[in-house]
Design a protein around this ligand. Structure first.
Ligand SMILES: Nc1ncnc2c1ncn2[C@@H]1O[C@H](COP(=O)(O)OP(=O)(O)O)[C@@H](O)[C@H]1O
Ligand SMILES: [Mg+2]
Length: 416
C-alpha cells in the first residue's frame, strides 16, 4: 500500500500559469497534450516546491505562490511557498527572499521548503528530463558514493537541471560501481536490486530483442546483448539508451536517497517525474514501457508527460491527465476516468492531443470516397477506391478488409 506520494499541485502566477490545480493518482500519471500547452512547466512547478535552487528556471511575480500536497508515510503535508517570498531580479536571476509557508489547509501541516528538507527529508522526488543520450566517458574505477544526506540535497537542488538537461548523467559510473560492490557482504540491497534489474531487462525491450546485460570487462565497459549481438553502452540505439538510462537513474536514486533497509527497488516508494517518456522510443516499445516500469518499481508514483498516442493506449483508468491550452491560463486538471486502451491512434490524436487535421488525411478521404461508391453501387469506383487505399494504409487495416468483402458481395450480386 503506497504511503508516500504527491496528491496535488497548486501554482499561482508561476510561469505562464495564472492558476493551476492538478490532482495526481498514486500510481501512473500521463500528462498528455499538444506542444506548448505547459506539460514540462507542470514538472518544473513541482520542482519549485522542493528546492529554491530550481527557481531560476521559471519566471515569477511578487504574489506568486505554489505548493504540493503530499502524503508522507500516511501523514498529510503541504510543502511550498506562500506569496512575497522572492526577490524578483529578472530572467534566471529571481532568488529566495524569505521562507514563507504555503497557506494552511484543514488536517494538513504546512511546511516551507527549508522545513520540508529537514522534517520529511525522505521525500525527495526524482526528475528525469527529456535529454537522455549516453555520451562516451571512460570510467577509471569505483567512485565513492555520497552519504545519504548529501545525496538527498544534491538530488533536490539539481531537480530543474535534470529536467532541463543541464545535469550530466552518470549511469555508466553506476553500472561500474555495481560491478564492484554487488558481491560484498554489506551490499545486500544493492545485490538484490542488481539482479532484479538484470532479470527484468528482457521484459522492457521490444518483442524478440532479447535485451540483456552480459558483463563488465576488465576495461570497465558494461556490455549488453540485443537481438543476439553484443554491444557497448554507447553503441546501443537511442531507444535502448533512453530506457536504460531511465531505469538505471531510478535504481541509483532509490539506493542513494533512502536509508539502509529501505533501498529495495521492489518496495521503494516516492515519486519519479519524467518529461517526454516516449522520446526516442519505437512505438512497439511505447506500448510496453508502462508495464515494464511498474513491474520493476511497483510502488513508485510516476508523473510523466507524453505526446505519444501509443503510450497513452497503454494507460489504465485514472491515469491520463488531458491538458489543452486555456486562453485565460487557468487550469483545473485531474486524471480522466476513461481508459484509452480500446482507442485507436487517430482517435487519441484527435480527441486528446488536439490534432485537428486528420479529416484531411489521404486515408480518411479515400474511405469517404469508397463509401460514396458503395452508395452509388459503383463496382469499378469501389475497386479503384480500395486499390488507392491499399497503397496508403496498413496491410491489416480492418476497414479495408470490410470494404473488400463488400466489393466481393457487390460483384457476386451482379453475376447472379
Ligand atoms: N521559464 C519560463 N517562464 C515563464 N513561462 C515559461 C517558461 N518556460 C516556458 N514558459 C511558457 O510555457 C509555455 C509552455 O511550455 P512547456 O511547459 O515547455 O510546454 P510543453 O512541455 O507542453 O510543450 C511556453 O510556450 C512558454 O510560454
Ligand atoms: Mg515539454
Amino acid at each position: 500500500m503506497t504511503a508516500s506520494y504527491i496528491e496535488n499541485l497548486h501554482l499561482e502566477n508561476v510561469r505562464q500559469f495564472k492558476k493551476l490545480n492538478i490532482t495526481f493518482n498514486k500510481g501512473f500519471n500521463f500528462i498528455a497534450g499538444p506542444n506548448g500547452c505547459g506539460k514540462t512547466s507542470i514538472l518544473a512547478g513541482i520542482s519549485h516546491c522542493f528546492s529554491h535552487q530550481s527557481f531560476k528556471f521559471s519566471r515569477f511575480k511578487d504574489d506568486s505562490q505554489f505548493w504540493v500536497d503530499v502524503k508522507v508515510n500516511n501523514n498529510d503535508k503541504r510543502i511550498g511557498s506562500g506569496p512575497h517570498s522572492l526577490n524578483l531580479a529578472g530572467y534566471r536571476k529571481d532568488s529566495l527572499k524569505s521562507w514563507i509557508k504555503p497557506p494552511k489547509a484543514e488536517g494538513r501541516e504546512s511546511l516551507s521548503i527549508n522545513e520540508a528538507i529537514t522534517i520529511i527529508k525522505g521525500f525527495c522526488p526524482l526528475f528525469i528530463g527529456a535529454h537522455r543520450s549516453i555520451k562516451y566517458k571512460q570510467i577509471s574505477g569505483m567512485k565513492r558514493e555520497m552519504p545519504l544526506d548529501q545525496q538527498i540535497n544534491s538530488n533536490l537542488s539539481s531537480s530543474s537541471e535534470s529536467l532541463y538537461g543541464e545535469k550530466e548523467s552518470n549511469i555508466k559510473q553506476w553500472f561500474v560501481n555495481r560491478y564492484f560492490v554487488i558481491d560484498k557482504d554489506w551490499a545486500q540491497e544493492e545485490r538484490a536490486n542488481w539482479f532484479h534489474m538484470i532479470e527484468n531487462l528482457p521484459f522492457i525491450g521490444p518483442f524478440n530483442s532479447n535485451f540483456s546485460y552480459i558483463r563488465t570487462g576488465q576495461e570497465l565497459e558494461p556490455i549488453f546483448s540485443i537481438y543476439g549481438e553484443e554491444c557497448y553502452l554507447e553503441e546501443l540505439s537511442a531507444g535502448f539508451q533512453a530506457v536504460l538510462s531511465i531505469i538505471a537513474n531510478i535504481f541509483e536514486w532509490v539506493e542513494g536517497t533512502n536509508e539502509p533497509g529501505k533501498r529495495i527497488a521492489l518496495n521503494a516508494e516516492g515519486t519519479v517525474l519524467i518529461d517526454e517518456l516516449d522520446l526516442h522510443l519505437h512505438p512497439e516499445w511505447q506500448f510496453s514501457l508502462r508495464e515494464g516500469l511498474s513491474r520493476i518499481f511497483p510502488n513508485l508514483q510516476f508523473i510523466v508527460t507524453t505526446h505519444s498516442p501509443h503510450l497513452l493506449s497503454s494507460a489504465g483508468e485514472n491515469e491520463v491527465i488531458i491538458m489543452q491550452k486555456q486562453d485565460d491560463n487557468k487550469y483545473t486538471l485531474q486524471p480522466s476516468k476513461k481508459r484509452f486502451s480500446g482507442w485507436n491512434t487517430d482517435q487519441i490524436l484527435s480527441e486528446i492531443m488536439g490534432v485537428k487535421s486528420l479529416e484531411n488525411k489521404d486515408y480518411e478521404k479515400l474511405i469517404a470516397i469508397a463509401l460514396v461508391k458503395i452508395e452509388e453501387s459503383s463496382i469499378q469506383g469501389l475497386r479503384n477506391a480500395i486499390s488507392n487505399l491499399v497503397e496508403v494504409c496498413h496491410p491489416g487495416d480492418s476497414i479495408v478488409t470490410v470494404l473488400k468483402a463488400r466489393l466481393a458481395s457487390m460483384v457476386a450480386l451482379q453475376d447472379d
